[in-house]
Design a protein around this ligand. Sequence first.
Ligand code: KIV
Length: 267
Amino acid sequence: MPNMKKRTLFLLQKKKEKNEKIISLTAYDALTAAWLSECDIDFLLVGDSLGNVVAGYESTLPVTMDQMAYHTEIVVRGAVNVPVVADMPFLSYEINPEEAVRNAGRLVKQSGAAGVKIEGGMNIIHAVKKITAAHIPVLGHTGLKPQTILQLGKYNVQGKTPDSAEIIKEEARALQEAGVFAVVLECIPGKLAQEITEELTIPTIGIGAGKNCDGQILVTHDLLGWYEKPKHFVKQYSNFRNTAITSVQKFINEVNTGEFPDKNHSF
Ligand code: KIV
């Protein structure tokens, strides 16, 4: 049964306080947003992962503000009673805080997002402060930051050494201090995620960060099994790719044998 209560981003803090898990998934289109709204999702994320998943780029770096604005707008149109958070793409918030506010404002004003997500730590604190001062809720994102792939070289677990773990902790503290309403912790050891979750008063939302975060987020396409090879931290709850290929093949066979269209599907 869908949760018919009005869902807002304010509920996330309440859930942390009540020790209830926060659940979020990605959506990039109206139809997916509509059926996800029928599930007990706390918020939908229009992730810049749409660069990989929808656009077929190798990284999220080419994703533009125009693409984020369009996908956010169509997700908001399909979402029923569930808040939509939009990712700020690479170089839409780093240049200066004023531009960050303008771009965040576009995702809220033009596309209807309830908040924005920004990847980063100390480098984005000014932008986070400016955006929250403009009354736009910001979701932080630390640990593995896919937008830093050119410096990282590969997407791997972050915070494995004491020094790097301490940096991630400092970033999470600074983001909380700057006013984010929650923070995504991506690909870090479960113990580190647990320590951050226990220390912060705002919710943590993990992806590849173990079970002790306040909530979990995944890319919807990953959990549905649209890919042949899932990422290590993704559990595939169905094999959509095989179902789709089998169904299409069946359609092709039935057209070839004349079985489709039959009289039930003709005028
Ligand atoms: O871009 C994205 O989809 C994300 C997450 C899944 C957290 O940042």
